[in-house]
Design a protein around this ligand. Structure first.
Ligand SMILES: [Zn+2]
Length: 272
């Protein structure tokens, strides 16, 4: 990768490779880690010692995804990107986690430049170790360290949404792809744990600054036979933050679980 889309988190100028580092015109310099990612999150934006998902959550997610339970989603995302990303296009995975989808998408493309950014250092490190063909950075989705109008496609898979930033980094007419849980995603897991389970809210698809193009779905039933896998899955969900002792007991008692893994893949284009 001779050039790159990264921009300096201090002054906003483009970064250029300089040996194993990246430098801007003003000589702000950012070294690559041993695994290969570059840290582009200014200390002023680091609120906690470990922003984003903590190492335990990152490992739980990696363990779960490595078993292939969400392979149907991964394959649907790959097909969508193949359809919408131009040959030799530039793709940014905004909130890429440990790169499960990023890596798969890159491998499905012949000639694209693929970048991943995540606020968690643990996640970016795991991603960079496993995937030498993608350029990974630690950075915030809300202040992407990415040059304006440098990307043909931005994807956001269960990651925070920042419309202004996604529009800024997309080229004119660029594509935005977002994955959200379908209404009944993990329904059986919720009914096993909660007294009153709720379906995921289905929101209006309209996004300011984007034109809705199409909705794809990826849905199948998955069966987990291991309490650890069930715990890993649960820790990936937003409910993990707001679950009491009674629910945790029910969760721990589950030996097997058959549940729906149902997703919506929403495709948009940047409005002129
Ligand atoms: Zn700079």
């Amino acid at each position: 990768m001779s050039e790159c889309i990264w921009s300096c988190p201090v002054c906003g100028m483009p970064l250029h490779p300089a040996g194993k580092s990246l430098k801007c015109e003003k000589n702000h310099c950012f070294d690559r880690s041993r695994s290969g990612y570059v840290h582009l999150l200014p200390s002023s934006r680091q609120n906690a010692k470990l922003p984003g998902d903590n190492p335990e959550m990152v490992r739980a997610r990696r363990n779960f995804l490595s078993k292939g339970y969400y392979a149907h989603l991964m394959e649907t995302v790959c097909r969508a990107v193949q359809q919408y990303l131009p040959e030799q296009g530039v793709l940014l995975d905004a909130g890429c986690g440990e790169g499960y989808y990023t890596n798969a998408v890159r491998q499905s493309l012949a000639d694209a430049a693929v970048y991943g950014v995540d606020i968690s250092k643990t996640a970016a490190d795991l991603a960079a170790r496993a995937d030498k063909g993608t350029d990974y950075a630690v950075g915030s989705v809300f202040h992407l360290p990415v040059q304006s109008e440098s990307c043909d496609l931005v994807m956001s898979i269960f990651a925070p949404y920042c419309g202004e930033e996604f529009q800024r980094v997309l080229k004119k007419g660029g594509c935005f792809l977002m994955v959200i849980p379908a209404a009944k995603h993990l329904w059986e897991l919720k009914t096993a744990v909660y007294d009153i389970p709720y379906e995921n809210a289905v929101k209006d698809y309209a996004l300011e600054g984007f034109t809705f193009t199409e909705k794809l779905t990826a849905s199948r039933e998955i069966t987990l036979h291991d309490p650890q896998e069930i715990a890993d899955l649960f820790s990936m969900t937003p409910y993990a933050y707001r679950t009491g002792a009674k629910e945790r007991e029910r969760l721990a008692a589950l030996q097997t679980l058959t549940t729906q893994a149902a997703f919506e893949i929403l495709v948009y284009h940047k409005t002129l």
